[in-house]
Write a protein that binds this ligand. Structure first.
Ligand SMILES: *[C@@H]1O[C@H](CO)[C@@H](O)[C@H](O)[C@H]1NC(C)=O
Ligand SMILES: *[C@@H]1O[C@H](CO)[C@@H](O)[C@H](O)[C@H]1NC(C)=O
Ligand SMILES: *[C@@H]1O[C@H](CO)[C@@H](O)[C@H](O)[C@H]1NC(C)=O
Ligand SMILES: *[C@@H]1O[C@H](CO)[C@@H](O)[C@H](O)[C@H]1NC(C)=O
Length: 153
């Protein structure tokens, strides 16, 4: 158990190093970061994500602009995670680059079975965007805690 804790802590630390260019600020929060590429214009992606978040009872939509959608997710155990979707058009003009991030407020979510991954994945899947043309998902265990373990419901 001690070894496992250390491995996960290191993965978290390294992931934060990548995200913040070696200046980790928040080492006590579990998080997940995912990048998606789609061959769909960002305004359509934005609309699909907002519609899906509104349709899901466990999410509370915050501010939504063409480039940033903010929401909170309340998980079954009553814990709140902060969720963002950032959109940016690709250089080709037709596609959309979307970055999703989810952060748990508390350190004890470190062993959260991929809660933060599922917070993001469930929105993209529920909205049908994961079946959209050109859909690709990029992440790994360093950027997304619990990614390898998660079984989203
Ligand atoms: C999300 O949670 C944060 C921290 O608890 C809170 O400050 C913010 O107002 C919440 N946003 C929404 C849309 O509920
Ligand atoms: C969007 O893309 C432009 C051009 O590649 C870049 O300058 C800008 O920083 C990006 N914005 C975000 C929010 O990633
Ligand atoms: C979402 O974006 C807001 C504003 O840029 C930022 O304060 C917050 O930390 C972000 N949350 C996540 C989960 O990335
Ligand atoms: C994670 O999954 C295990 C096994 O299914 C379960 O016992 C545990 O309660 C889960 N933890 C959370 C935070 O959901």
């Amino acid at each position: 158990m001690a070894t496992r804790t250390l491995v996960v802590a290191c993965a978290l630390f390294l992931g934060l190093c990548i995200i913040t260019n070696g200046k980790p600020t928040e080492v006590t929060h579990a998080y997940c970061k995912i990048v998606w590429l789609l061959a769909v214009p960002c305004d359509q992606v934005n609309m699909a994500i907002v519609t899906q978040i509104k349709a899901m009872g466990s999410y509370k939509l915050g501010s939504a602009t063409p480039s940033l959608i903010q929401a909170n997710h309340t998980s079954a155990v009553g814990q709140i995670e902060n969720v963002n979707f950032t959109m940016n058009g690709t250089s080709m003009g037709l596609g959309c680059h979307v970055e999703g991030s989810s952060i748990s407020a508390f350190w004890y979510s470190l062993f959260d079975n991929g809660t933060n991954y599922c917070n993001l994945r469930n929105v993209i899947q529920g909205s049908g965007l994961s079946k959209a043309p050109g859909f690709v998902e990029f992440t790994n265990e360093w950027l997304c805690l619990g990614y390898g373990l998660s079984a989203c419901k």
